[in-house]
Design a protein around this ligand. Structure first.
Ligand code: NAP
Ligand code: SF4
Length: 674
């Protein structure tokens, strides 16, 4: 009996067979834009070697006006075709299969040349699109078809036509963005003419033996989105027009409902794909928030789909499938759906990587080789920086001892995992613990490392982390004042009315912890209700007419900062809005521009502005300090005084703007260079 029998079963497409039911979904990594084709090829080849059944590239623009941003990559010339050939050859040598995604962004294209069904600007772009005329539409179809033909020439096994997420083809489908009265607008038959025509003409151009995936928006999550009947009608029409596989798209980019963030429950939208099963006779793929083989297997055994798409999990671990096959699921580095190193990077124009795997997209640069001579390495601190350093050093063949005074590994991750919506951190800590055992790291927990005890090692890496910053507020020694560590680690009792001092990542986390009863991330029905997601058979686009219906907050929380800007402005680019919206739904009051005057039994006294005007009492039973952090360097300093030069990493090195992404990246790089 194999592990995950459904997930690892082959899928026969008639003219070709996929070795398993795992699709690596499209991700825009900005790698193609580097024009370093060896690097691009190695990224995909690593995933092919890891056993994934089929991969889809990041979105390639069919023409300049359809590119997501100016200069977006595409197959525009013979040279482009030759470059992509480097990628497809390398993938095929590694035993993989790869499709190229054709992505026309329509009104989401970040440039003044953008085009769409109607001249309606999107809320997430400053550029109003030009309404296409008949000739313009014909040009777009031709460009997409040409792109598909070139993909075939470049050696791809197929193409994915991006028809979801609110991009160009999706914009023709719904009246929200299509106000046309010609044969491309009005009735649904007219509105779906463009996607169906695109599929038909692409099939005509590429011939029968070429995979054609159509990514279909099954729940738009925007007002006036498609009805379920329309979704089914489109699915049947694209099947008839020549689609090989239908992939699921969930939500437009402008939707104000989270679809992939860590607080979205696992497999939260598989039920939507399931509704399409039986309506078409071609394979159907489901996606979104599926990040481990068991969840993927369950989705298939529940009849939700024929195949499962996972994208970010392949940044976290290129060997996802191989490890699943080998019964080593506990050694799969899990994608925690944080977006911190992937989508946040993409939207900042940086190359994507992965918080848990800094080698993702840096395969040719951050190379972990076997060490010429094994060293005795001590790592102090089993938080993310120390864990990454210890594992990488072990992987290189060094003899590693990892010490921590705590009784468990994980460091600050153990606080993060207590936050509602951050349950994925559990899996990350478990993965680290399993990997330490697999790599034979000598783990010593509950041990206070001393300078004396570290003398016999060749290298000492200090990853002792951070200590909370003392904000020095009058009255903070009172019994009603707690540190975030007391709340998240110590389980200290907290009153009903709370003032949180500091609105950084931890202040937001603590506020979320304090207002939430049971985590909706653990309860799909509650989560859907909380965000106002309805069955698309009952409400257009799956947007509930009643709107979001969050559970009542369990405490009344005020979140404060001294900066006069909007609290939460500096949170993650693609996830900050979710944290702000969650707290707003729970009635958290957010106040910026305060001076902390004093704390007494009645609460927190603040004033405003340089002149310390408008004295105000924030009535509170408990005040929680989340005022940032400072490096914990006492052991590093003691070692230096003793003549040992340690390598200091993570928060012990620089506490400002520390997060697990920087900690793991630094730990990995330091150990790779030992
Ligand atoms: P932080 O993000 O730097 O925030 C510190 C907060 O304390 C700020 O709101 C700051 O605002 C306030 N502060 C600073 N000095 C103060 C003082 N002397 N007195 C009173 N208030 C003071 O740090 P953090 O919240 O401790 O988080 C640590 C790191 O973990 C951050 O880099 C964060 O990004 C990361 N993290 C990320 C997430 C995430 O979801 N991505 C979650 C948790 C933590 P004012 O100076 O304006 O008062
Ligand atoms: Fe997943 Fe976060 Fe890595 Fe992105 S950065 S792939 S969301 S773990």
């Amino acid at each position: 009996m194999t592990n995950y029998p459904r997930l690892l079963a082959p899928l026969d497409l008639g003219f070709t067979t996929l070795k398993n039911r795992v699709l690596m979904g499209s991700m825009h990594t900005n790698l193609e834009e580097t024009k370093d084709w060896n690097r691009v090829a190695e990224f995909y080849a690593a995933r092919a070697r890891g056993g994934v059944g089929l991969m889809v590239t990041g979105g390639m623009a069919p023409n300049r006006e359809g590119g997501v941003f100016p200069g977006a990559a595409g197959l525009f010339s013979e040279a482009d075709i030759a470059n992509h050939r480097i990628v497809t050859d390398r993938v095929h040598e590694a035993g993989g299969k790869i499709c190229m995604q054709i992505l026309h962004a329509g009104r989401y294209a970040y440039g003044p040349e953008c085009v769409s069904a109607s001249a309606i600007k999107s809320p997430i772009s400053p550029f109003p699109p030009k309404e296409l005329d008949e000739e313009g539409i014909e040009k777009q179809i031709n460009d997409i078809v040409t792109s598909a033909a070139r993909a075939r020439e470049a050696g791809y096994d197929g193409v994915e036509i991006m028809g979801s997420e609110g991009y160009f083809l999706n914009q023709f489908l719904v009246t929200h963005t299509n106000k046309r009265t010609d044969r491309w607008g009005g009735s649904y038959e007219n509105r779906m003419r463009l996607p169906v025509e695109v599929v038909r003409r692409v099939r005509e151009a590429v011939g029968p033996e070429f995979i054609l995936i159509y990514r279909l928006s099954m729940i738009d999550l925007v007002p006036n989105g498609s009805t379920w009947d329309e979704v089914v009608m489109l699915a049947k029409a694209v099947e008839k027009a020549g689609t090989t596989i239908i992939n699921t798209g969930i939500g437009w980019h402008e939707a104000r409902i989270p679809t992939i963030a860590t607080s979205v429950p696992r497999r939260a939208f598989a039920w939507v794909t399931k509704k399409l099963m039986g309506e078409v006779s071609i394979p159907v793929i489901t996606s979104n928030r599926i990040n481990n083989p068991q969840t993927a297997e369950d989705v298939l055994s529940d009849g939700c789909a024929d195949m499962v798409s996972m994208a970010r999990p392949f940044l976290a671990d290129p060997d996802f499938v191989a490890k699943a096959e080998a019964g080593q699921a506990d050694l799969i580095a899990p994608c925690i759906a944080c977006n911190q190193a992937c989508l946040d990077h993409t939207f900042q124009g940086k190359i994507s990587s992965c918080l848990v795997n800094p080698r993702a997209c840096f395969e040719t640069e951050l190379v972990v080789t076997k060490a010429a001579a094994p060293l005795r390495v001590a790592v102090v601190g089993a938080g993310p920086a120390g864990l990454a350093a210890a594992l990488t050093a072990s992987e290189r063949g060094h003899n590693v001892t990892l010490l921590d005074r705590a009784k468990e590994v994980g460091g600050q991750l153990n606080m993060a995992r207590r936050i509602p919506g951050k349950e994925e951190f559990d899996g990350l800590v478990d993965y680290f613990a399993a990997s330490l055992a697999a790599w034979d790291v000598d783990l010593r927990l509950g041990v206070e490392a001393t300078a004396q005890a570290l003398k016999g090692f060749d290298k000492v890496i200090i990853a002792t982390g951070v200590i909370p910053r003392d904000p020095g507020i009058e009255g903070q020694g009172g019994p009603n004042v707690l540190s975030y560590t007391d709340v998240l680690r110590g389980g200290a009792p907290v009153g009903k009315r709370v003032a949180v001092i500091g609105a950084g990542g931890i202040g937001f986390d603590v506020a979320e912890f304090l207002v939430t009863g049971e985590s909706p991330t653990e309860n799909l029905a509650e989560w859907l209700e909380e965000w106002g997601v309805a069955d698309p058979s009952d409400a257009r686009g799956g947007v509930s007419p009643e709107g979001p219906r969050p559970e009542a907050p369990v405490r009344q929380v005020t979140l404060l900062q001294r900066k006069a800007e909007k609290p939460g402005r500096r949170l993650g680019k693609t996830t900050g809005w979710i944290h702000r919206a969650t707290l707003q739904m729970k009635g958290v009051k957010m106040i910026g521009g305060v001076n902390y005057e004093r704390i007494d039994a009645s609460g927190l006294h603040v004033s405003f502005g340089e002149a310390r005007e408008n004295p105000t009492l924030i009535e509170a039973d408990t005040i929680v300090l989340c005022a940032g952090q400072l490096p914990e360097r006492s052991l590093a300093d003691a070692l230096i005084a003793d003549g040992i030069e340690p390598i200091v990493i993570g928060g012990a090195d620089v506490a400002a703007e520390l997060d697990a992404k920087r900690a793991i990246d630094q730990g990995t790089r330091v150990a790779a260079a030992l």
